[in-house]
Design a protein around this ligand. Structure first.
Ligand code: SF4
Ligand code: SF4
Length: 369
């Protein structure tokens, strides 16, 4: 066990992840996949026409519109600010670097701030280089997700744009890791569309939160790199920051919300006291997952392993081998996403750590009081 990261790592195998191997990108270049060239829109009209509960035009609209802030807010994932607005509040007073007198008090204050801006959970970690992508997509400055990745997602732009070296600016040494809770009732309907809408909304909330956190840091005279799923692996960073543990379903499990969260992060040089991994909870999840197969049983494509013990080796390039864990079959999972016309979340809904007691049908979800 590596005391720093709380993972067992085989350093002879482990390599930093290449973002182009993420399934969302692989479907653009990997012709061996049955999902090559496909995306969620492939089957949407078929679902709407089927009149199946939870797959109506209204349901799909709830998902698509839930992504709005994530997709259309250009500043959300900036690595620095382009223009410093000089209006109502001026800016002179924000130019010098804020002097931190007491590191522990300041750390608490920053945690309070991050929660205030919308994070359901927050923790701080020293940056472990192994979690930073080796290569990936670098977003053009101040371009929205929709504008910057549209051509890549449509497959119009060459895959080489996904293979740029990822290097954080020198001196950036801390990660502020945030989890955003996904709506319990909506997730309980998974894999129907209200569950995908809960995920979409959490992504938009993360865009809002990291933009405010990034500016708060810059206005104290420090640097901030705002990230969603890009730039680095979010789960090990979250574990290092004390937010939870990795479960059989391949997602972060938190003590508060189980896997019913989305993760985002801001890298910074702000002075902060790092948190420690929650080793007690990590042991608890490790033990629990060995005898609980609920997520694997709920998965329609058998993407989640039923092996009792975790392993070091993945069969898929969408997971980087070398870490002892349960490897999810990302290809099978994504096949279901395409069939379902959105992400799924059935594994999240059934996990006991998600603490869902009342499971709703999509019609019950929509029922007005
Ligand atoms: S999201 Fe759905 S398809 Fe993917 S692993 Fe979970 S249950 Fe299976
Ligand atoms: S459903 Fe059970 S096996 Fe799967 S991640 Fe949750 S606790 Fe672990």
């Amino acid at each position: 066990m590596n005391s720093k990261s709380s993972y067992e790592i085989d350093e002879t195998i482990y390599q930093r992840f290449e973002e182009k191997n993420n399934m969302i990108y692989r479907r653009l270049w990997d012709k061996s996949l049955p999902t090559y060239g496909q995306m969620f829109f492939t089957n949407i009209q078929k679902h709407i026409d089927s009149k199946k509960e939870g797959y109506s035009r209204i349901d799909f609209n709830l998902v698509k519109s839930g992504w709005t802030v994530y997709e259309k807010f250009p500043f959300a994932f900036a690595w620095r600010r382009k223009d410093h607005y000089t209006g109502d509040y001026g800016r002179k007073w924000t130019k010098s670097q804020f002097k931190v007198e007491n590191l522990d008090d300041f750390t608490k204050l920053v945690k309070k701030t991050v929660s205030f801006y919308g994070a359901s959970l927050v923790g701080f970690a020293d940056i472990d280089e192994r979690w930073i992508y080796k290569t990936g997509f670098i977003r053009p400055e101040n371009k929205s997700e929709e504008d910057s990745k549209g051509k890549v997602r449509d497959g119009v732009q060459s895959v080489s744009i996904l293979e740029q070296s990822i290097n954080l600016p020198k001196g950036i040494n801390k990660a502020i890791v945030m989890a955003i809770e996904m709506d319990k009732d909506a997730i309980s309907t998974a894999p129907a569309q209200p569950a995908a809408a809960a995920s979409a909304l959490a992504y938009s909330k993360m865009a809002f939160t990291i933009a405010c956190v990034g500016e708060f840091i810059r206005n104290l005279g420090y640097r901030a790199v705002q990230c969603g799923n890009d730039t680095a692996l979010s789960i090990p960073l979250a574990i290092d920051a004390g937010l939870g543990a990795l479960g059989r379903l391949g997602l972060l499990i938190t003590p508060e919300f189980g896997p019913r969260v989305r993760i985002c992060k801001v890298f910074t040089d702000l002075p902060l006291r790092s948190d420690s991994p929650n080793l007690e909870f990590i042991r608890k999840v490790e033990d629990f997952c060995k005898d609980c197969y609920k997520c694997a049983e709920a998965c329609e494509t058998e993407a989640i392993t039923k092996d009792k013990e975790p392993k070091f080796k993945s069969e898929s390039i969408s997971n980087n081998s070398g870490v002892k864990k349960y490897y999810v079959n990302a290809e099978k999972c994504f096949e279901f996403w395409i069939e379902n016309s959105s992400d799924c979340g059935a594994c999240i809904a059934v996990c006991p750590f998600s603490k869902i007691i009342n499971y709703l049908t999509p019609n019950e979800f929509w029922k007005l009081d």
